[in-house]
Design a binder for this molecule. Sequence first.
Ligand code: NI
Length: 261
Amino acid sequence: MFVDTHSHLTDLKYINDIEDVVKKSNQVGVKYIITSGFDLDSSKKAFEFARYHENVYASIGIYPEYAETLTELKLKELENLANDKKVVAIGEIGLQFSTGEENKEQQINAFLKQIELAYKLKLPIVIHCRDAIGTMVEILKKNKEKLIYGGTMHCFNGSKEMANEIIKLGLYISVGGVSTFKNASNLKEVLKAVPLEKVLLETDCPYLAPQPYRGERNAPYYIPTIAENLANLKNLTVEHVGEITTNNAIKLFNLEKDNGT
Ligand code: NI
C-alpha cells in the first residue's frame, strides 16, 4: 500500500481522464492521494476535488511565486477552507530564490504567515524550496515551536547535512521521480542514509515522472515505481517501503481520522 503525498490532480493535463487516473492509482495500491494547491484558486479546486473523492485529500496554500498575492483576505479564505476535514495540510508553501532578488522579502513574509496559519489550525506544512535551502533551514529553526504539527520537505534534493537538519526539526523528506533519474547520484546517496521512518513518497504529478517514464505526464499510479527505486537503494523490499512510508503519511497528515484507526 502507498500514499502519494503530493500531486496536482486538478491540472488541465488530467481534464479528459482524471477519474481513470484515480481508479488506476488505487488499483496499483495507492490508497490515498493528497492533491495540492499553489494559489487560492487551485487550492479551492484541490479542496473541491478532495470533497468528492473518498481517497483524496487536499493541501492548500500560496506558493512562493505568488507570494505577493497573499492578502489578509486570502489568508482568511484559506483558513475557512481548512476547517473542512478533507484539508490535511498547508502547502505547498516556501521559498524559491531562483527567480531573482526582487521578492525575497515577500516570499519570506508569505511563508511565515502560512506557517502561523498551519500552527493555528494544527496542520502540518508542505514545503517547497528551490535555491533557498540555507535561508529555509534558518527560518525553520527560528520557528521551531510553530512546527509541532510537523511537515515535509517536498521534492527534497539537498545534501546529507540538509537532510539531517530537516529531520532534526521533526520534518519528513519527500521523495519523488527525481530520485529515479540517472543523473541523481547525489540524491541517491542521501536517500541511502536517511531513515525510512522519515521518508514520504510523492509524485508532484503531472511533473517529474520517474524513470522509465521521464518526460511523460506523471500520475499517482507511478508511486510504486518510485517506491521500487527507493527499495533498491536501501536494500529493502518494495512492500516494506510501502508499509513504512504509508504509516508515516497517515501519521503526519492524520489520514483515517474518521474511522478511528
Ligand atoms: Ni507541487
